[in-house]
Each structure stands twice: as C-alpha cells, then as structure tokens.
Design a protein around this ligand. Structure first.
Ligand SMILES: Cc1ncc(COP(=O)(O)O)c(C=O)c1O
Length: 389
C-alpha cells in the first residue's frame, strides 16, 4: 500500500495530498524520500517563523510543563498577557477587548454573532471573491459558488464587487448588520483593496449603522510587513478577526472587539473549549516577540522580490504586500505549480492563473532569489499562452 492509498482509505474531505511531509526546519520541509523543499506557502500563511522555530518549541515545552489546559471557567497568565498585547498592537481604543478562538472561521463566527446581536436578524454584506471560512456562518460570507451551493440556504449575504463604492452604498440599508472585508483578498488570488475603498466602507458603515469587520486571518501577524494590514488605510474597524500566523502553526485565533462592540456578546451567548488555552496563548506571545523585529525585513524583502518576480518573462502582474504575493502568469498556474514542486519549491495555484506565495517571514533574499530563478526556468521551459484568450 502506498501512502496515497493509506490516505484515501483513512481520511476524507481533502483530495490526494501533494506529498507526504515528514520534517521541517526553518523555511525547509522534507518528504518521506528525503527530498527537500523550500516552503513558500508556509502552511498557507501560517508558519510565520518557519518550521521548528526554537522560540515556538520552547514556548510549547515550557507551557505544557507549567499549565497545559484549563477550562474557560479560569484564566491564565499567558491568556491575560496575550489579550493585552493584541489590543496594544491593534491600537484598539479604551474599552476594546479580545475573544480567543482556534481558527479563522471560528473568529468570523464570533464576529457574525456580534453583528446579529447588533442588528438582530440582519443581513450581511461581503465582497465578491471573498473567503471567510467554511463553517456555516463564515461560509455564508464566502463568495465561491462551489463552496456555498451544496449548503444553501445560508445566512442572507449581499455580495458586492470589490472597489465599487456605489455598489456598496446601494447594498447598505437599515437591515445590514455588518460588512466584512479582507484588505487583501488572499484566496481570490492576492487582490488588495484600494485604501480609498476601505475608507469609504468605513464611512458608509458608520452612516448606515452597520459594523465593519476586517478579516485579517490571512493578512495579520506581520504577513504584510505590518502587524495588521488595515491600519495603513487609516480606518478603525469595529471588529478584527485573526488566526493563521498568530500561532505560527499552533491553532489559535482572535476576535478583537473595538470599544463598545465587546458588549454585544454576553456570558453564555458564545464559547469555546480550547480557545485561548495556556499553550496556544504562550505560543502566540512567542510568535509576537519574534515577528515584530522582522517587520521591516518583511516589507523590504517583499518589495524587492515583487519587482524581481515582475521582471520574469511569463509573469504578467505581481500583487500583494510584504510576503503575501500573487504572481499572475500568462498561462495556467496548475502545471507551473506542479513543475515548481518537482523542482523543490512549494507554492499554491490559488486561482487558475495565479501562484500565491506566503512564505515564512524569516525567508532570506538568497532563498527568495532561488525561487525567482526556478520560476524563470520553469516558465522558459513551458509553453506560454494567454489563458484569457
Ligand atoms: C481571509 C480568511 N478568513 C478566514 C479563513 C478561514 O480560516 P481557517 O481555515 O483557520 O478556518 C481564511 C483561510 O484561508 C482566510 O484566508
């Protein structure tokens, strides 16, 4: 029996995995044959410190020896400290508070419940091509028909085209409880929103009385060269959701309620067994400590790398910020992603013509350059054609 057969007979939901990975260190992972790969996807924007980072290993080990799990009838020093750090880093105003969860979809579920307490039975507004998760509430906000349709009816959501202020204004009436946005739409192929549009969304939601929820599940935790991606647009949201990179590979997410929104969920109205447990909180604190000094590196490396990638023949556009990068090709991205994998580079064909890079933030310029060379070689040896023709 191959590992592929074992997988197919023992696990369900996902398709056949690309490789059986057995070990990781820094930005590298190894498969069961001993072949090494440069991990430029980082567990989909999760492994901000790469694999087996000593600070993560030490935080897990220390905390599991000290106090591993308690119920939410109790709290712990790492949980208190983490909540304080997240508020500080979010520059959240007085009265803001945090709810700790395990994943991105769970963070968005909590935000949806807050919105429904804000405007009972309210509709939501989200952007076309958005991705907010797979559980039923978050799935309502996720635009892709193939993900949604088997599970309809979902919560009523109006999808509007990103960047179209008039369409957003037209969608906002007294029934809308919240507008959800990603400032860079990761799953859509790394598509940044115009900062002016984000500001307009803030103004329009204030005027209509809807909450503005910024989903920073993919863009947060230093990914864009800033701790969070939205402050550079100049707005203050009502709710921010985080997950992915926050735990550097350990499952944790966070809902940051700005000011009075935290009064929307009262004890008993929501909960989680594992959310914010001492180990997860201790790891997130270690991640924060390591990521903050890397932010300038992330911004500078990302800027340099995007320019390099844009100069590769066969690349038609490069989008993104920091180390969340979408490389738009003049040909289907699937075969290119496969060829790169065979050449020892993990990327993701996030849409039919785009490769997504979301590598560990510890990536070096030489490592990035080795990928640029590999991409150039791969594109030179495969047929280019405009898939839109
Ligand atoms: C913007 C965004 N929101 C939410 C999610 C869902 O997060 P999770 O897979 O941790 O539930 C994702 C995952 O890709 C995401 O990119």
């Amino acid at each position: 029996m191959s590992w592929q057969d074992d997988y197919a007979s023992r696990l369900f939901v996902f398709g056949t995995p690309l490789r059986l990975l057995v070990r990781g260190e820094g930005p590298w992972v190894w498969d069961e044959t001993g072949k090494r790969y440069l991990d430029l996807l980082g567990g989909i924007a999760v492994n901000v410190l790469g694999h087996a980072h000593p600070a993560v290993v030490a935080a897990v080990e220390k905390q599991v020896r000290t106090l591993g799990h308690i119920s939410n009838f109790f709290t712990s020093p790492p949980q208190l400290e983490l909540a304080g750090r997240l508020l500080e880093l979010a520059r959240a105003p007085e009265g803001s508070r945090v709810f700790l969860v395990n994943s991105g979809t769970e963070a968005n579920e909590a935000a949806i419940k807050m919105a429904l307490r804000h405007r009972p039975r309210g509709r939501m507004v989200a952007l076309e091509d958005s991705f907010h998760g797979r559980t039923l509430g978050s799935l309502s906000l996720t635009a892709k028909a193939a993900y949604r349709e088997p599970f309809e009816p979902l919560h009523p959501v109006t999808f509007v085209p990103p960047g179209d202020v008039e369409a957003l204004a037209a969608a906002l009436d007294d029934d809308v409880a919240a507008v959800f946005v990603e400032v860079i739409q990761g799953e859509a192929g790394v598509r940044p929103l115009d900062p002016g549009y984000v500001r307009a969304a803030r103004d329009l939601t204030r005027a209509s009385g809807a909450l503005l929820v910024v989903d920073e599940v993919q863009t947060g935790a230093g990914r864009t060269g800033e701790w969070l991606a939205h402050p550079s647009t100049g707005i203050t949201p009502d709710i921010v959701t985080m997950a992915k990179g926050l735990g550097g590979g350990f499952p944790i997410g966070a809902v940051i309620g700005y000011g009075p929104t935290t009064g929307l969920l009262l004890p008993g109205q929501h909960g989680t067994t594992f959310g914010g447990n001492p180990i997860a909180s201790a790891v997130a604190l270690a991640v924060i400590g390591e990521v903050l000094p890397l932010l300038d590196h992330v911004a500078a490396l990302g800027e340099w790398w995007r320019a390099e990638l844009a100069a590769v023949p066969g690349v038609v556009a490069v989008r993104g910020r920091g180390l969340l990068i979408g490389v738009e090709l003049d040909r289907p991205s699937g075969p290119v992603q496969q060829a790169l994998l065979d050449a020892g580079f993990i990327t993701n064909n996030v849409n039919p013509t785009t490769l997504r890079l979301a590598p560990p933030l510890i990536l070096t310029r030489d490592q990035a350059e080795s990928f640029t060379q590999a991409l150039a070689g791969t594109l030179a040896s495969t047929e280019g054609e405009n898939p839109h023709d």
